[in-house]
Design a protein around this ligand. Structure first.
Ligand code: PEP
Ligand code: MG
Length: 539
């Protein structure tokens, strides 16, 4: 047995026979069709796959392929190709490599990742010209190994028999990762077939959460796979409307990208509890126009029937946008971020509020301000909403705040007469409470949401809200964590805004918390001295 370490990008623990699908380019194999015919054939192949994707609600993958067709038929590229000797396949491939290099040098991470796509298209074109296709003998569960995975390859697989992808190259938005996440297939990046002797590997276990790949696992490692399977089955069985009613909880989705809106599928979650609107600005290279913001909101509206908690721009801290030309700060997490920034940039703020009130989410939207630290922050921000609504003749929507600064968490009562709701941002609240930057892994011992002083802070907010009939939810990662959610339930929280993929695991955990509630003494938990002793109360 041997364990290799990569980066887990799609969770799950599964076992399978390792299959190497890497087709190496061999330019000595001659083309069997003309370049022009090859481009047409590959375009037709992509079109067929798009049709297949569209009929099975795989719109994101279909969109990637639409982009592939555009790249492949780009006049500049086809012009460069037409000047070459068609028989020299290496030269043809080099044109794609050069183009890919241009993208790689771009500042924008999105375009950098597209450079891999261009290389993949080039490779696929060479294979098409050489009439080399891929065949999979998928009659047993497999773990697929490749340097990179192209849409052509994944679309030829029986994904029901694919138990994992181990891919050497690729970023978090590469094709392999999108497919893996959509299908619940564990995926690891950064491990190469050359890192071990694949011919002597009979079976592997892939852990897409930890990034571990176990080659020729022993009995006890295989037991972990079985246990994982049993836990997942149990989670899915407990994920029912009936259980949500029994628990008296509402689950809402955290949404932080266009892909997350498009790929959302969960009939038990009807609301958005945190729309991280800054992604609409971060994904662009210039400030988005009103119309494009309205379109994104309309898309959101199509997917969610009920409440949409729209967080206004939370830029600053670790989220930077070049075109805003913001001054460098020594301490960006303590600087001009969130509502502080939007209050200093009125036009930006007003355009965003207009986009909300001008779109189809108007009527079910609740507007939420990030990084509020004083009552005045809230009042000034609300005034902007009121004045934009007046200008547009729109009704004033419900307005609330994220509780993520200790000043608000210590004294939520200051806000109860004015805000319509609280949503606790445990990620920032934790880092500010323990003075420990959330991005520094070596400070993980300070990032424990079960620390009793943090629980006391949460208890104070939840209690104050519940006693005053003010809606309170948690939208930080604590609500997506099984232990965290368990504790929040004991503290009286009933609205959980989470990563949708975690919902079944959270419901199972909440059912246990409900059982525990019968015998628990909350005061005893809150009087513990550290997280370890709090953890003992979780059954
Ligand atoms: C939080 O701080 O908990 C939160 C949900 O906001 P973000 O993670 O986007 O800062
Ligand atoms: Mg935050």
């Amino acid at each position: 047995m041997r364990v290799l370490q990569g980066t887990g990008v799609s969770p799950g623990v599964k076992a399978g026979k390792p299959i190497n699908i890497e087709r190496t380019l061999d330019f000595s194999i001659i083309a069997t069709i003309s370049l022009d015919k090859g481009i047409k054939e590959l375009t037709a192949k992509y079109k067929n796959i798009i049709k297949k994707y569209n009929s099975s609600s795989r719109e994101i993958e279909a969109e990637v392929l639409e982009a592939y067709i555009l790249i492949l038929n780009d006049p500049e590229l086809t012009n460069s190709l037409s000047e070459l000797n068609e028989e020299n396949l290496e030269q043809i491939y080099d044109v794609f490599l050069e183009q890919s290099e241009v993208f790689k040098q771009m500042d924008d991470e999105y375009f950098q990742q597209r450079s891999e796509d261009i290389e993949a298209i080039g490779k696929e074109l060479i294979f098409t010209l050489q009439n080399i296709s891929i065949e999979f003998d998928a009659d047993v569960p497999q773990v697929i190994f490749a340097n990179e995975l192209t849409p052509n390859e994944t679309s030829s697989m029986n994904l029901n028999l694919v138990n994992g992808f181990v891919v050497k190259e690729g970023g978090p938005t590469s094709h392999a990762v999108i497919v893996a996440k959509n299908y619940g297939i564990p995926c690891i990046l950064g491990i190469s077939i050359s890192d071990f002797d694949i011919d002597n590997a009979v079976e592997v276990i892939i852990n897409g959460s930890t990034g571990e790949l176990t080659i020729n696992p022993d009995e006890s490692s295989l037991k972990i796979v079985e246990e994982y399977k049993a836990t997942i089955t149990k989670q899915l069985e407990s994920y029912t409307e009936e259980n949500l009613n029994k628990l008296g909880v509402e689950l809402r989705a955290n949404i932080g990208s266009t892909d997350e809106i498009k790929s959302f599928k969960d009939s038990l979650i009807k609301s958005v509890g945190l729309f991280r609107s800054e992604f609409l600005y971060i994904e662009e290279s210039t400030e988005p126009e009103l119309d494009s913001l309205v379109n994104s909101n309309n898309l959101l509206n199509e997917k969610f029937e009920e409440t949409i908690v729209y967080r206004t721009l939370d830029i600053g801290g670790d989220k930077q946008v070049d075109y805003l030309n913001l001054p460098q700060e020594e301490n960006p997490f303590l600087g001009v971020r969130g509502v502080r920034l939007t209050l200093e940039n009125r036009q930006l703020f007003e355009t965003q509020i207009s986009s909300i009130l001008n779109s189809n989410i108007n009527g079910k939207v609740k507007i939420m301000f990030p990084m509020v630290a004083t009552l005045e922050d809230f009042q000034e921000a609300k005034e902007v909403v009121v004045s934009v609504a007046d200008k547009l003749g729109a009704e004033i929507p419900k307005v609330g705040i994220m509780v993520e600064t200790p000043s608000v968490a210590i004294s939520p009562e200051i806000y109860i007469d004015e805000v319509d709701f609280f949503s606790i941002g445990t990620n920032d609240l934790l880092q500010y409470s323990f003075a420990a930057d959330r991005g520094i892994t070596s400070l993980n011992k300070y990032h424990d949401v079960l620390n009793p002083s943090f629980l006391k802070l949460l208890h104070n907010i939840i209690n104050t809200a519940n006693q005053n009939d003010i809606e309170v939810s948690v939208c930080g990662d604590m609500a997506s964590d099984t232990e965290g959610a368990y504790m929040l339930y004991l503290l009286g929280l009933r609205i959980f805004s989470l990563a949708p993929s975690q919902a079944p695991a959270i419901v199972l955990s909440l059912l246990k918390a409900k059982e525990a509630l019968k015998n628990i003494n909350l005061e005893e938990i809150l009087s513990q001295k550290n997280s370890q002793s709090v953890r003992k109360f979780i059954i």
